[in-house]
Design a protein around this ligand. Structure first.
Ligand code: PMP
Length: 428
């Protein structure tokens, strides 16, 4: 426990969550820090989730929350979505994973290639992180180069290649054409970019910037890798198509697995064929659970229901919610700006709209943490760092409840505004 417990918000949280509090010590006795995923930890301790149904989460103490985190954007249809559950139940009696091709794998591969042209081949992994690593290996094999360029605030997975400072990985400011183009030279194997900085605060990518980066990569013979692990849910053909981008490799994850572990890389036949057994000196790429029966069956059902009209509804509702949250903040007198990409939002406790991740010295870590706890008290489950996103399971009245919860939570956190250092939180 730490000093956050001294606040009325934290005391109320502790009072409402005794079972979670009790279990926290047991979690800590077997998991370092009580967790196995950095972003799930927050002070004084996280609620232990007992179950999720549609748009709702219930904790061990029976408290209910409208889920606007949706496992960090993966559960685009909420919990226990009928078509996914039915698809998985139907296939379970046939098996869960085979060391062989199976028809659910073919169904998902065909669905992805049809939906995300111009890709001709796709290869599956068990996470978005692994998919980025595979894209990196393909880029290195295709170019014979080692270095990569990525962007400050960008997230491609918690692995050394994308996290550690190294001479192979150069990070440049997002949305800065000159700095990016200067960094992308003929020693670079690949440029990794997100259409918007997801974990970095939902900072939209400038269209000209993304095109300039893609063009520069092409000009010097580097691959332009677009990481759509998070953004794929925002446009029917992906944000690459919406933005008119033509990435060499498209990295996918989250929604394509329907709530099960997944990642995939799509690309042209010639690039992707670097991984086939039929190519001399090929990249060997295996994974015990790659393209397993359960994930691929769930992925097909998830994507089928994520059609144009579902995406339009999600994005329209998210735009209205973003405006409403800012209006709530205005009424309460708390400086807040909401950034948005499709149905993914981030509430920043600052006066103006941020254009870079973690603008220095303006957002109070304590205020962000207290807003998160206050939202839980108001029955809303968002990301501790301020991100939220919608699922098709939320109806209009529930989205209105989310807005009201923000208004009440803003009132609760007023005493904490303008204190402490800025928040640093990455990943999912
Ligand atoms: N890329 C992006 C853009 C992501 O948002 C994430 C995770 N949120 C990843 C890669 C890593 O995916 P995973 O957590 O499935 O490894």
């Amino acid at each position: 426990m730490n000093d956050y417990c001294e606040s009325a918000i934290t005391r109320e949280y502790v009072t409402r969550t005794p079972k979670s509090r009790g279990y926290y010590d047991r979690f800590c006795l077997c998991l370092p820090g009580g967790e196995t995923r950095s972003v799930t930890q927050y002070d004084p301790y996280p609620v232990v989730v007992a179950e999720g149904h549609g748009p709702l989460l219930r904790d061990l103490d029976g408290n209910e929350y409208l889920d606007v985190l949706n496992n960090y954007t993966a559960l685009v249809h909420g919990h226990g979505f009928g078509p996914i559950t039915e698809a998985v139940q139907a296939i379970l009696s046939a098996g869960t994973v085979f060391p062989a091709p199976h028809l659910a794998l073919l169904d998902l591969a065909e669905a992805l290639i049809e939906r995300y042209p111009p890709f001709e081949r796709v290869r599956f992994t068990n996470s978005g992180t692994e998919a980025n690593l595979l894209a990196l290996r393909i880029a290195r094999a295709a170019t014979g180069r080692e270095r990569i360029v990525m962007f400050e605030g960008g997230y491609h997975g918690s692995v050394p290649e994308f996290i550690d400072r190294s001479i192979c990985t150069l990070r440049v400011p997002y949305n800065d054409i000159d700095r990016a183009c200067a960094a992308i030279d003929n020693s670079v194997a690949a440029v990794f970019a997100e259409p918007f900085l997801g974990s970095g605060g939902v900072i939209p990518g400038d269209r000209d910037f993304l095109h300039a980066v893609a063009d520069q990569a092409r000009a010097v013979g580097s691959l332009f890798v677009l990481d759509e692990v998070q953004s794929l849910r925002n446009a029917f053909h992906g944000m690459n198509s919406q933005l008119g981008l033509m990435p060499d490799l498209l990295v996918m994850g989250k929604v394509i697995g329907g709530g099960f572990p997944v990642g995939a890389v799509g690309g042209t036949k010639s690039l992707m064929n670097l991984t086939t057994a039929k190519t001399g000196g090929r990249l060997s790429h295996s994974g015990t659970f790659n393209g397993n029966v359960v994930t691929t069956s769930a992925g097909v059902a998830c994507l089928r229901a994520l059609d144009e009209s579902a995406i339009t509804r999600l994005n329209t509702s998210a735009a209205l919610l973003a405006a409403e949250i800012e209006a709530c903040a205005g009424r309460v007198g708390v400086p807040a700006a909401v950034t948005r990409a499709g149905s993914i939002l981030h509430v920043h406790l600052i006066g103006g709209t941020p254009t870079c991740p973690d603008p220095p010295g303006v957002e109070s870590k304590i205020a962000v943490a207290q807003l998160h706890l206050a939202l839980l008290l108001e029955g809303v489950y968002a990301a501790p760092r301020g991100m939220l996103n919608l699922s098709t399971a939320l109806d209009e009245s529930q989205i209105a409840q989310v807005a009201t919860a923000y208004e009440n939570a803003f009132s609760r956190i007023q005493p904490f505004m303008s204190k402490g250092p800025p928040l640093q939180a990455r990943g999912t």
